[in-house]
Design a protein around this ligand. Structure first.
Ligand SMILES: *Cc1c(COP(=O)(O)O)cnc(C)c1O
Length: 202
């Protein structure tokens, strides 16, 4: 997945010309603008930013995937608000794999109950797990949380096929630990400049 937050639609068009089809965005208003500009391309849109209740309807109506679901209330709203004419919204549960209090994501202890509840929602298709591990200095330190996410998915005993892990700084380790969906931003598009972007819309 090419993560294009803060980068213009023209950059996504170039990425598509280079065979990238899966596009990740964090900010809703920014994403909607790019979707409108790029609606001639067969892109698959992934929402990867924090999801508050007031965003669920727009996400359910416009995206193919949501990777950052970590509460049943949010999952229920996405399911209820998914338009009947669209395929179920593909969902990954974000797991707080590094165990930090401040990070979003469901804890490992609460994951099984949430996963089984979300798997039963008609408007959603639970595909797997996602994590944003804390930055780490050594390859082994980077691998440990990725390995834990893979193990957590295996332990769930659900028909899941997606491990959404690996960013620009840990993509080698994520591949080694079995990632099926890397989320790569700066290594594709270069550094982000938040001062000039339209990203600060929420
Ligand atoms: C921005 C972002 C990425 C991409 O990060 P890079 O380090 O630029 O590759 C991946 N996942 C999430 C959830 C992000 O917010």
């Amino acid at each position: 997945m090419a993560v294009s937050k803060t980068h213009p639609a023209a950059a996504i068009r170039q990425a598509h010309a280079a065979q990238l089809q899966h596009i990740g965005e964090n900010y809703l208003q920014e994403a909607l603008g790019k979707m409108a500009e790029l609606d001639d391309l067969p892109l698959v849109w992934h929402f990867i930013g924090p999801i508050q209740s007031n965003k669920t309807r727009t996400i359910a109506e416009h995206f193919d995937w949501a990777h950052s679901v970590d509460r049943l209330k949010i999952a229920q709203r996405l399911s209820d608000q998914r338009p009947a004419g669209l395929a179920p919204l593909n969902v990954c549960l974000q797991v707080n794999i590094s165990g930090e209090d401040s990070k979003s994501g469901v804890g490992l202890a609460e994951l099984p109950e949430l996963a089984h509840a979300v798997a039963g929602l008609p408007g959603l298709r639970l595909r797997g797990l996602m994590a944003i591990p804390a930055p780490a200095d050594t390859p082994e330190q980077r691998r440990a949380p990725l390995r834990a996410l893979r193990q957590a998915m295996a332990d769930l005993d659900l028909p899941l096929d997606t491990l959404s892990m690996g960013m620009s700084d840990d993509l080698d380790e994520a591949i080694a630990e079995g990632s099926t969906m890397l989320r790569i931003g700066s290594a594709i598009f270069g550094a982000r400049d938040y001062s000039t972007s339209v990203a600060k819309d929420e």
